[in-house]
Design a protein around this ligand. Sequence first.
Ligand SMILES: CC(C)(COP(=O)(O)OP(=O)(O)OC[C@H]1O[C@@H](n2cnc3c(N)ncnc32)[C@H](O)[C@@H]1OP(=O)(O)O)[C@@H](O)C(=O)NCCC(=O)NCCS
Length: 392
Amino acid sequence: MVDSILDRVSIREFDMNRDTEVVGKLERNCEIGTKKGVSIFSNMMGDPFSRIRFYPLHVMLVAELLESGELVGVVRGCIKTVGTATGGTLVKMGCILGLRVSPAYRRMGIGLKLVNLVEEWMLKHGAQYTFLATEKNNNASMNLFTVKCNYMNLSSLIIFIQPTGLPRKNISKDIKIDKLRIDQAISLYKSKLRGKDLYPLDIDMILKEKLSLGTWISYFKDESRMNLNNRENNEDFSDTPSSWVIFSIWNTCKTYELQIKKSQPLKFFHTTLCNAREKIFPCLRMPVSDSLSRPFGFLFLYGLHGEGENLGELMESIWSFTSQLGESMKDCKVVITELGLTDPLTKHVPQNSSISRIDDIWYVKNIIGHIHGKDESLKGPAGNVFVDPRDF
Ligand SMILES: CC(C)(COP(=O)(O)OP(=O)(O)OC[C@H]1O[C@@H](n2cnc3c(N)ncnc32)[C@H](O)[C@@H]1OP(=O)(O)O)[C@@H](O)C(=O)NCCC(=O)NCCS
């Protein structure tokens, strides 16, 4: 009887000395999205841990062919604690990131085996749930997780993408955008995040990370009560204006690189769109031959939270502010944000033809359910979530 490929594959932990170059090659040869003859390949810029090193508990597993030592698959995982709206329960969550199987070895069960083993690692390290995000159109990934691994739909989100450098509206003279000190940002977020369906508990770590460029508040100027600098008590936000939006910006450059390969005619474009997830390129309304032919990165707008009646103009000011910041940065060509479908700010994202939208789905599985009975902390739908910039 012929051996199945799975009998000839061993799954083991990534070895920095042995595997860095080979995994880099695997990532670069493993397309994660296509559009009209253009394939997208990722490049971790020599650091295969770039997407998980923010988390103290992380792992990377590789699938190796026993006969040749060739690496044909990779998966990354990390563990974090998140807060949920269901009674403020805290949940230890394992996140699956960067799953790839070499095209020549797909549909042989290697992806499933990698997922099973990364879940095992997560369970061993105390995770109650496992989680992953994937583009709605990624059938292979959706089937793998829902049909084969029993993941459930937790949340539907929209990724908004806008190239910088296009004609844009000036920020209205009636609007003021103030930068918060990190301690102010931490207290404001801590007091507001509890209203979200899902949020990271270590917001202070995120805001203190060097990739986080800062946190700002946008509000109408005539509401001069927003006097942040003289604020004595960082916990007291009773004098916030009637309408305001808080936002933070994450600079993803220099950590993750994508490469675009055009098949007709064969031509290679090298880009440094840094830390872009597998889903953003297929929807970019940018001429590949022009903007993507040169290295570029993007800014990720995160931690958006707004209160009040007049959020539309404030959201416009934030897009303009972030685009302006991106334009001042070498290599930045895109601004991206991601919001849950029922996040109150989603309907206020400026509607213009240069903004592309991608449907994203978050899947979750209770991996200890069979031990502890029915745990419904994360049973979805979670429509108003904090999108962690470290996972994007
Ligand atoms: C998604 C991916 C990792 C799957 O790896 P794989 O080794 O081919 O997966 P498996 O062979 O273990 O397949 C398990 C199941 O997933 C589903 N599946 C896998 N590929 C599929 C495809 N192309 N179309 C539809 N379903 C598919 C099937 O249900 C399959 O079971 P079956 O073969 O018994 O029908 C692989 O296609 C890949 O690397 N894609 C590019 C990167 C990517 O999209 N990663 C996921 C990001 S979250």
